[in-house]
Design a protein around this ligand. Structure first.
Ligand code: UN1
Length: 505
């Protein structure tokens, strides 16, 4: 297991300082989608070891919540430094394990660094309000306190960035974290934990159990989700997964942040800069082989420009480079596995049956061995929005449809279950403002003249409806990781009651 990609992986893990015992001789097999080869076999956590991890985290919470927030920020500052030092190795490991292009692998680590910087600033800005009170000699305010143990469940497609959005905020907010990475990408999690361990060693006196990784599949996640001691579960993945996790956490009155599926659309208006739109659509729909939750999956093109834009897009689909992300500069890497490939083919067959005209979508066998699944991204001209266009298929398929009336296009865009991201391409102020208005896009992210994917960490990230409603990352997303107390202080010698109530005893 030291040849080829497995050897390469081992070298990266060695350089990052990950103990071999954590990824050899175990039951969870990890494969690289780049070649389909097995690269590791990790020992798994069972319910008892998850429970023990939660116990350690609970103990850590009692200490960490009293560490001043700016001091907690110092740990995250050190994490950012360590990530900068390990950016190349971790980025490459993301490419090995998730199949991302080298630029996107590095970009993912940059996203981790960015959220660390954001969280460090935040550690001095966990502001509460002072509120006008109706009672004389009183002061009313709110304080934000640490919440408790935070469980993080992440998906294969952003194997490390999504953890960092949650962990950086949770740590400055005073909470320990327990991370259950996707069983498809456990090595990047071990590596990230090791990088954090280096920051912890430099930090000096952080409590044991402040950040832990648990390895396993569904049962491991279940043990985290069902445990009363986990105050917040932040889960990223499919809507199906969210339908299970959300109610389980709610049943024990836990808190959850759900970041689930997307069926993101773009609308191209007559006044759009078509060259720019084409490039934005190409990255949004084909980038990461269509495996971002923000990937563009539907496109509504105005009748008057359809024949200008769509043939150019079809050409771009035909010529985009598909190949090994470790040895070539290809823009499109592999699908994560054979199941994803089957899902893509099933959707394309359904699209054909619904009258769609499919361009691309075939397997690119020369890009990798039999066990790797490289595909040419598919553009499907659909007569109307039906069948597979209404669902999220986690693969590079873009359904293209014509429209003639913008309000109808917006209604069609909103007529799907998910509500994550959306874009309009226009230079007409009335059109863009309508799109951003209350009767416009119903998504958590609505963009003008950029694609649906590639959000920066400064904004709140997440979406509505079947996307789950959670917000992570920037803006005031930190509030989900803290509990709010409203405090009223009486500094007078009287006891006036609110609402003028009299109770003279
Ligand atoms: C995801 O696909 O789960 O906006 C997250 C983006 C990235 C994050 C995507 N910043 O595309």
């Amino acid at each position: 297991m030291t040849e080829g990609i497995a050897g390469d992986t081992r070298n990266i893990l060695d350089r990052l300082g990950v103990d071999q015992a954590l990824y050899t001789g175990g039951t969870l097999k990890s494969r690289s989608p780049v070649t389909g080869e097995e690269i590791a076999a990790l020992p798994e956590d069972d319910a008892a070891s998850v429970s023990a991890a939660i116990g350690r985290a609970s103990d850590a919470f009692r200490i960490w919540r009293n560490v001043p927030a700016p001091r907690r920020g110092e740990l995250v500052r050190l994490l950012g430094e360590e990530l900068r030092a390990s950016k190349d190795d971790l980025g490459r490991l993301v490419s090995v394990e998730a199949g991302k292009s080298s630029s996107e692998g590095a970009g993912e680590v940059q996203e981790m660094i960015d959220i660390c910087d954001f969280a460090v600033g935040l550690s001095r800005q966990l502001y509460g309000l002072t509120i006008a009170t109706e009672r004389p000699g009183h002061r009313m305010m709110e304080t934000w306190h640490p919440l408790g143990v935070v469980g993080i469940i992440s998906a294969f497609n952003f194997p490390v960035a999504v953890w960092s959005w949650n962990a950086a905020l949770a740590l400055v907010c005073g909470n320990p974290v327990i991370w259950k990475p996707s069983e498809k990408t456990p090595l990047t999690a071990l590596a990230s934990q090791e990088i954090l361990n280096r920051a912890l060693a430099r930090f000096g006196n952080a409590p044991e159990g402040l950040s832990q990784v648990i390895i396993g599949a569904r049962e491991t996640g279940d043990a985290l989700v069902g445990d009363q001691r986990v105050a917040l579960v932040s889960a990223t993945g499919s809507t199906r997964m969210g339908r299970e996790v959300g109610p389980k956490v709610a049943a024990r009155f836990g808190r959850s942040i759900l970041e689930l599926g997307g069926n993101n659309a773009g609308i191209v208006c007559p006044s759009a800069d078509l060259d720019m739109a084409l490039r934005a659509i190409a990255f949004g729909a084909m980038g990461t082989a269509g495996q971002r939750c923000t990937s563009m999956r539907r496109l509504f093109v105005h009748d008057s420009i359809y024949d200008q834009l769509v043939p150019g897009l079809v050409r771009a689909y035909g010529s985009v480079s598909v190949g090994n992300p470790l040895t070539t500069q290809a823009l499109v890497g592999p699908l994560i596995d054979g199941v994803a490939y089957e899902g893509m083919q099933t959707a394309l067959q359904a699209a054909t049956a619904a009258g769609g005209k499919v361009h691309g979508g075939e397997r690119v066998s020369e890009a990798g061995p039999e066990a790797a699944y490289y595909v040419r991204p598919a553009l499907v001209e659909m007569p109307r929005q039906t069948g597979p266009a209404l669902e999220e298929t986690f693969a590079p398929i873009l359904y293209v449809m014509r429209y003639s009336d913008l309000s109808e296009a917006i209604d069609a865009q909103n007529a799907v279950g998910a509500g994550l991201s959306s874009s309009i391409f226009t230079t007409d102020l009335r059109e863009s403002e309508l799109f951003l208005s209350a009767s416009g896009s119903d998504c958590g992210i609505a963009n003008v003249n950029i694609g649906t994917s590639g959000a920066e960490i400064g904004g709140a990230f997440g979406g509505e409806k079947e996307t789950g409603g959670g917000r992570e990352s920037g803006s005031d997303a930190w509030k989900a990781y803290m509990r709010r107390a409203t405090n009223t202080v009486n500094y007078s010698r009287e006891l006036p009651l609110a609402q003028g109530v009299v109770f003279d005893i």
